[in-house]
Design a protein around this ligand. Sequence first.
Ligand SMILES: Cc1cc2nc3c(=O)[nH]c(=O)nc-3n(C[C@H](O)[C@H](O)[C@H](O)COP(=O)(O)OP(=O)(O)OC[C@H]3O[C@@H](n4cnc5c(N)ncnc54)[C@H](O)[C@@H]3O)c2cc1C
Length: 317
Amino acid sequence: MEVFLMGSDQRSVRCARVSFGKDEKTDPERDKKLIRFLFKHRHASPFEHNIIAFKAEKREWLELVQSIDNPTIQIYYSGGFVWTNLRNAINAMEFLPKDLFEKLKEHFPTTWTVVETGGDIDDTELINTPYSTDRVFLQEKKETSSGWIGLVDKLELGTEMDYYTFIVECPLFVARQWHRHRFGSYNEVSRRYTAYDIRFYIPEVLRKQAKSNKQASIDEPVEEPFQSEFLKEIKRLIDESYTLYEKMTEKEVAKELARGILPQFMKTRYYWTVPRVSLDNFITLRTHEGAQKEIREFAQAIKELVGYKGTDRKNRL
Ligand SMILES: Cc1cc2nc3c(=O)[nH]c(=O)nc-3n(C[C@H](O)[C@H](O)[C@H](O)COP(=O)(O)OP(=O)(O)OC[C@H]3O[C@@H](n4cnc5c(N)ncnc54)[C@H](O)[C@@H]3O)c2cc1C
């Protein structure tokens, strides 16, 4: 069976550790224990960033889908390949073709050992289990005016379901727009959990509100002296709100509440794993002049990182 895989045991760990902003940290012993923890406590979304594709006839895919007695499992067919992710594969374990099963064991040795033992593997046995890692942390990175985006990995087989994983750092309001793109997987820093590395976006220029489009801005700066005055005020308020945040957390106010004082200019960071069809949809919608400049810059950066393939299908909504 021709099987193509993206990700590793470590990929799930990185996507889990972004919750506390420590996704660059790696230590196989702790990573393996974290995989066991994620599995036992059903923190399953980090497993979604590992992608599986295998060559099959459409009929074989249909038979597989029909045999699975679980309405939440997502298994797609595109370009002669069956596509899914590791979370789905774990959930559909007993229905998978045997040789795929073997390949998954080989490629995700820690994860699969944990799964097969139902999470009941002791420390010594776990530590002696092989562990697979990513080749590089980031393949390429692009800066935008409000943050940055990095290409972590890609699985390109020339189909609409080719997959990409990115890391994004952007202001909260950009992330809110971004996360409306539901066809993909996200794991994000948790401000309930960590006060680590809090940063803010301060625009270089305050743009004017557009008159023709109530949602949009125009590429024209607000007049002086208001431009400079408002920028100064923004900086002051960000400093003040962050100082209050620090004071509150020092006095044991829970981070999940204290964060409420931090403005939308605060940056967040997340992993985004997305199929080409959804990526192209994102690029079409978010490079459009009606989209906000800050997210437009990200869509443009993605275009430069992996290109835009568009679609030849008519009436796709
Ligand atoms: C300029 C602009 C302004 C916007 N303004 C607003 C706003 O004011 N308020 C607001 O709430 N949102 C707003 N949005 C968000 C917008 O409505 C979409 O949620 C967002 O663009 C994601 O697009 P999508 O649904 O195509 O992507 P995804 O969620 O990634 O979906 C991908 C594709 O999967 C299919 N799909 C996914 N889920 C479903 C479903 N449940 N049913 C049927 N098909 C589905 C569709 O074919 C879809 O194109 C705005 C977006 C833009 C670009």
